[in-house]
Design a protein around this ligand. Structure first.
Ligand code: GLN
Length: 487
C-alpha cells in the first residue's frame, strides 16, 4: 500500500480494497518501527489519526459526494499550528507549545477528511538547507543515511521518500520545498505567493513564505493544491480569486509551449553531471513539442545577498514575539524582566536563528536601513522585473533546482555561506513571488537530482501541467529510496 500515489490510494479507498483505518494503521506501523533511523517526525499523532480514519471510513461507506482526500493520510510540517497538538517549528522555544487553533491549511485538510499522521521535523523556524538546525536533531536522507535530506522541510521530504506517508506539507521561503524535494527524489511545488493561506503558519519571512505540497508526482501535487489553495480573509496577503482546479490542465499537450533557459543558471559553474541530467530533460520535453530559447535574468547573482537581508530583517521582527511572556519557553527563575528576556531568547533559540536575528536587527537599524534593507528591496524589484521581461518571451523557465545532489551530514554546518548557496537557483523565485516546482530528473552517484520549472504568477496549473507531462515521459519519479524497501 505504501508504494501507491494519492491518486491510486483514492481509487483503493473507493474500491474498498482497504479502509482508511487499515491504510492509516499501516503507515503508523511503518513510522513507529522505522522512523528512529530517519528522525523525520517530531510528533506522531497515532490516536488522532485513527480517530480521523474512523470518521473517514463512515463517509467512505456512505454514498455522499466524497472529497478527493477523504481518508488519505498525510504528514504536516511542524511549522503549521495544529489545535491540541505540539507545534514546535523545530525549536526549543516552542517545544512546549500546544497550538490553540489550526492553521487554515490544516482546517482545509480536516474538512476534506484527510488524516494527520504527525508533525514533521524541520530546520529551526525554517532556517536552513539541511535540516541540521532542528532542536530535535538532524534528519537522514532515505537515499543514503549519511547524507542530509535538504531543508528546511527535510522531515516532510524524508518521510515521503521513506514511504511513511504518501505526501506531506512544507513551506518555502527561499527553496525549502523544492530543494528537499530535489535531494529526496520527490515532486515539490512552491505556489505563487498569495495562493495558499499563511494563517497559522509560524512566520519566518512573511513576504516570502508560502506553503505547498511534497508528493511523489505532479498529479498528486495538483490534487493537494486543490485543498491547500484558496482565498482566506484571515491572511491579508491572500489573493482574492475564484477557487481553481489545479488538475484541470494536467493533460494539456506541450505543443507550442515556449520554455526559457536562463543563461546565468547554465554557466560554467554548473556541476557537469547535473547539467547533463538537465539537458536530457530538455530533450525529453522537446520531443513532447516544447521549444526552448535562452533568456536572461541579469540580476540573479544578487538574489542570495538580497534574500539574506530581506529574510533576516523580517525574521528579526517576526521572532520578537518569543519573549518568554506570552507562550513557549521561559528561562528558569529570572531575576528581573530583562534577565527573563535575555535568558529566554538566549537559551530558547539555536545558533542559526540567533545569527539571522542579529543580521536582521542590524539591517533594520536606523543608521543602516537605507544601505541594506532599502537596497535589498530595490534589488528585489529588479529581480521581479527580470522575470517579467523573460515571461514576455516564454511561458515557463527551466533550471536545475539545486547545485548538486544530497551532501554529507556535517559537510556544510561550519560554513553558513556554502549552506546559503544551496538555494542559488530557488531564491529568486521567492523574491519575485512566482510558482515553481522541482521534479526528479535523474541520479548522480545513485542520488536524486531535481529539475526546476518556474511559472508566471498564478500560472501554477501550467507548471503542474509541464511537470506532469515530463513524468509521463520519464520514470525518475517512480524510483524508490533504498531505505523505503524496508518493512
Ligand atoms: N535555506 C533558506 C534559508 O535558510 C531557505 C529556507 C526556507 O525556504 N524556509 O533561509
Amino acid at each position: 500500500m505504501h508504494k501507491q500515489t494519492i491518486k491510486q490510494l483514492m481509487q483503493g479507498l473507493r474500491d474498498k480494497s482497504f479502509s482508511s483505518t487499515e491504510l492509516t494503521q499501516h503507515y503508523l506501523n511503518r513510522i513507529n518501527s522505522l522512523d528512529s533511523e530517519i528522525n523525520s517526525f517530531i510528533t506522531i499523532t497515532d490516536e488522532l489519526a485513527l480517530k480521523q480514519a474512523a470518521t473517514a471510513d463512515v463517509l467512505l461507506a456512505g454514498d455522499t459526494k466524497l472529497h478527493d482526500l477523504c481518508g488519505i493520510p498525510m504528514a504536516h510540517k511542524d511549522i503549521f499550528c495544529t489545535e491540541g497538538v505540539r507545534s514546535s517549528c523545530g525549536s526549543k522555544m516552542l517545544d512546549n507549545f500546544i497550538a490553540p487553533y489550526n492553521a487554515t491549511i490544516i482546517e482545509n485538510f480536516n474538512a476534506a477528511g484527510s488524516i494527520m499522521l504527525g508533525k514533521t521535523n524541520m530546520d529551526e523556524f525554517a532556517m536552513g538547507s539541511s535540516n541540521e538546525t532542528s532542536f530535535y536533531g538532524a534528519v537522514k536522507n532515505p537515499w543514503d543515511l549519511t547524507r542530509v535530506p535538504g531543508g528546511s522541510s527535510g522531515g516532510s521530504a524524508a518521510c515521503v521518500a521513506a514511504l511513511f506517508a504518501p505526501a506531506a506539507t512544507g513551506s518555502d521561503t527561499g527553496g525549502s520545498i523544492r530543494q528537499p524535494a530535489a535531494l529526496c527524489g520527490l515532486t515539490g511545488l512552491k505556489p505563487t505567493y498569495g495562493a495558499v493561506s499563511r494563517f497559522g503558519m509560524i512566520a519566518f519571512a512573511s513576504s516570502l513564505d508560502q506553503a505547498g505540497p511534497l508528493a511523489k508526482t505532479a498529479e498528486d501535487a495538483a490534487i493537494l493544491m486543490n485543498t491547500l489553495a484558496g482565498f482566506d480573509a484571515k491572511d491579508s496577503t491572500s489573493m482574492p480569486r475564484d477557487k481553481e482546479d489545479y488538475t484541470a490542465k494536467l493533460n494539456d499537450k506541450l505543443d507550442g509551449i515556449k520554455i526559457g533557459l536562463p543563461k546565468e543558471f547554465f554557466s560554467d559553474d554548473l556541476d557537469p553531471e547535473v547539467a547533463t541530467l538537465v539537458n536530457n530533460a530538455i530533450k525529453e520535453l522537446e520531443k513532447a513539442g516544447a521549444t526552448f530559447k535562452e533568456v536572461s535574468l541579469p540580476n540573479s547573482e544578487y538574489s542570495v545577498p538580497a534574500y539574506y537581508v530581506v529574510a533576516p530583517a523580517e525574521a528579526s521582527t517576526n521572532l520578537s514575539r518569543f519573549d518568554g511572556v506570552r507562550y513557549g519557553y521561559r528561562c528558569d527563575k529570572p531575576v528581573d524582566l530583562m534577565d527573563m528576556y535575555c535568558r529566554t531568547r538566549g537559551e530558547g533559540f539555536g545558533d542559526e536563528v540567533k545569527r539571522r536575528i542579529l543580521i536582521g536587527t542590524y539591517a533594520l537599524s536606523a543608521g543602516f536601513y537605507d544601505a541594506y534593507y532599502n537596497q535589498a528591496q530595490k534589488i528585489r524589484r529588479l529581480i521581479k522585473n527580470d522575470f517579467a521581461a523573460a515571461f514576455n518571451d516564454v511561458d515557463l523557465i527551466l533550471s536545475p533546482t539545486s547545485p548538486s545532489a544530497a551532501f554529507k551530514l556535517g559537510e556544510k554546518t561550519n560554513d553558513p555561506v556554502q549552506m546559503y548557496l544551496e538555494d542559488i537557483y530557488t531564491i529568486a523565485v521567492n523574491l519575485a513571488g512566482l510558482p515553481a516546482i522541482s521534479v526528479p530528473c535523474g541520479l548522480k552517484n545513485n542520488l536524486p537530482v531535481g529539475l526546476q520549472l518556474i511559472g508566471n504568477a498564478f500560472d501554477d496549473a501550467r507548471v503542474l501541467n509541464v511537470a506532469h507531462q515530463f513524468q509521463q515521459l520519464t520514470d525518475w519519479h517512480t524510483l524508490c529510496a533504498p531505505f523505503a524497501k524496508k518493512g
